[in-house]
Design a protein. Structure first.
Length: 602
């Protein structure tokens, strides 16, 4: 009988298998990652733009935004809408886009529905070509936002901030860069994001490999030939290895499989891979949309992960499958415990995904190795209609490391369980650094009041109010998912934070406030709130196989402190809105002419 026959599902047996797989990987050796600055800098170089000399800048702006991804674009756009014209984006890449500037690997596409993932669709008058858009279209939309809000005019690219220092006397931030810029800004917004610094596994011998190598976020088309959508013609006589089987690898393995003479896929832990079923945008559907449709659709999607089952699922795709399943179960038995039903729906969904692998992959041993044994949201779910099929090709081999990772790398081969696999090209689909401190991820230090470094203040984890403000760093905003809202559709939370900080900056301007920063009491209470809510998330992640979601299976107080707001994204949005409506800037220390007066509009 098929595993996905839910009427016969043995929940206890599945729980036991999950625990067995978790423990087997818990003690695996290959769990450390290597600093890319340690002799491997070439793997982080920008292959997409040429360095264009320019004169250093020494001017002053109202708001300086570090990062030109969705967070930076949304922040600058919302500030422009509020009438704040003096805004500058500083971006290390050669153009706006952030993650989507870097991610140009073949097959790269959005895995969240483009109608909710693309920011500012109604504002820019654009409709994506298909439901799950390719990387090039996403990158073009980033440029569209920059054009629409006139953000290019004052932006600087291929520029790395090297240091930010608060000048208490002038009450400005001094921002220095690797272009010898020495700029000033009244406010700074740090939107460097969690996906900007390539991560490499600390495999012994990694630096000795003499073949060609690169990271997926720095794809070398000069070597592979082709493009994001065209065949990689230069690989026809090459033996290619790719390390990693996460969301990136799931997308780039199929084009590699079609192009390479031989493809070796090195797997530590398989991903869950369900059907994608992409389709062109239906013109009639698009024409029938009413104003405000995107925000309604965005909020509907986010709500499906919060237990608000009364909110209609307008997206209805593989991401929201568990919410739909729980609704169906509750319809059959309204007295049932939703928590128990959610676990059952999860176990049944994963059983169906494993059955799908058996139906697609010809070789039983390969099919078995590709099966995920964990909860759906332990790792980022993947969706693709060609990944599993790639393993039926005679030139593709799955090298399953049984959770241990690659043993070592030689000058021309990868070694697993004592077996050498000679290759010409080594590709790292190993993601981005997410657990290192802010200064390491961003590439610069932030120096606040009295010379205190943000790196030092956050040495034991983030300390903030709402994840946005931190005491000792006036007029500085941080946009991230730590101590803030977190949604599968990350741009939703970026936009909510952008709206919030824009409100704060606008009120400062209207009320004559010169500086704002969190009070010590408010940020201490917020950290206490975050820590107090972290238990449920920690309990869930502790049952997952090791990965970047759970810090490779290593629980820590720092991870708890850096957790998202535990009540969920909808509750976090409501909290910020209530704070704005109250109008008294609770938890912030204000200086200026009207610092102690409520907004006239409150």
């Amino acid at each position: 009988m098929a595993e996905a026959d839910t009427a016969k599902t043995d929940y206890n047996a599945l729980r036991a298998r999950y625990e067995e797989e978790r423990k087997r990987r818990e003690h695996a050796s290959a769990r450390e990652y290597r600093n890319i600055s340690d002799g491997l800098e070439h793997l982080a170089a920008d292959p997409y733009s040429s360095y264009q000399p320019r004169e250093p800048l020494s001017d002053t702006v109202d708001v300086l935004v570090v990062g030109g991804g969705f967070g930076g674009l949304l922040t600058a756009a919302r500030l422009r809408e509020a009438g704040i014209a003096s805004v500058r984006i500083v971006e290390v890449g050669g153009d706006v886009g952030g993650t989507w500037y870097w991610n140009r690997y073949p097959g790269a596409a959005c895995d969240v529905e483009s109608y909710i993932y693309f920011p500012l669709l109604e504002e820019t008058g654009y409709m994506p070509v298909e439901r799950y858009s390719k990387a090039a279209e996403i990158r073009q939309h980033c440029g569209r936002i920059a054009e629409h809000y006139d953000l290019y005019n004052n932006a600087v690219f291929s520029t790395q901030v090297t240091r930010m220092t608060w000048d208490a006397q002038e009450q400005y931030w001094r921002v220095q860069t690797d272009r010898d810029d020495d700029m000033k800004a009244r406010f700074v917004v740090l939107t460097t994001g969690p996906l900007n610094r390539p991560k490499l596994p600390a495999i012994p011998g990694i630096e000795t490999f003499t073949g060609h190598s690169f990271h997926t976020s720095r794809w070398d088309y000069d070597y592979t030939g082709g493009s994001g959508t065209d065949p990689l013609v230069n690989l026809a006589d090459k033996r290619v290895a790719i390390i990693g089987t996460g969301a990136t690898a799931v997308q780039c393995v199929p084009p590699l499989a079609r192009s390479a003479k031989q493809l070796l896929v090195f797997q530590r832990t398989p991903s869950s891979v369900d059907a994608r079923d992409n389709a062109p945008t239906d013109a009639a559907w698009a024409e029938g949309l009413q104003p405000g449709w995107q925000q309604r659709r965005i909020e509907s999607f986010t709500a499906q992960f919060t237990g608000d089952l009364h909110i209609e699922d307008l997206v209805g795709d593989g991401w929201t499958v568990l919410a739909r399943a729980v609704r169906e179960k509750l319809a059959a038995d309204s007295t049932a415990d939703p928590g128990i039903l959610l676990e059952q729906a999860d176990l049944e969904t994963m059983a169906r995904i494993r059955t799908r692998i058996d139906d697609i992959v010809d070789d039983p041993r390969t099919a078995q190795a590709l099966k995920p044994w964990f909860s759906l949201y332990c790792k980022r779910p993947c969706f693709h209609d060609e990944y599993l099929q790639s393993f039926n090709r005679p030139n593709v081999t799955l090298v399953d490391t049984q959770g241990k990772g690659v043993e070592r790398i030689t000058e021309n081969a990868l070694v697993v369980d004592g077996v050498e696999y000679p290759v010409d090209c080594l590709i790292f689909a190993t993601g981005f650094e997410t657990s290192t401190d802010f200064s390491k991820r961003s590439g610069f230090e932030v120096i606040g009041v009295g010379g205190q470094a943000l790196h030092d203040k956050w040495a034991d984890g983030m300390i903030s109010l709402h994840g946005l403000h931190t005491r000792g760093f006036p007029n500085c905003f941080v946009i991230s998912h730590s101590q803030s809202g977190m949604s599968v559709n990350f741009p939703h939370m970026l936009d909510e934070q952008s709206k919030h900080l824009t409100h704060v900056i606008e009120e400062c301007r209207n009320r004559g406030i010169t500086t704002i920063e969190a009070t010590a009491e408010a940020e201490a209470q917020w950290v206490k709130t975050i820590m107090g809510m972290s238990g449920a998330r920690r309990s869930f992640l502790e049952q997952c196989t090791p990965g970047f979601y759970n810090n490779e299976g290593r629980a820590s107080s720092v991870a708890d402190r850096n957790s998202p707001y535990g009540a969920g994204p909808i509750a976090f949005i409501a909290l910020l809105r209530a704070w704005r409506d109250d109008g008294d800037f609770a938890g912030l220390e204000l200086n200026g002419a009207q610092a102690n007066r409520k907004s006239q509009d409150a």
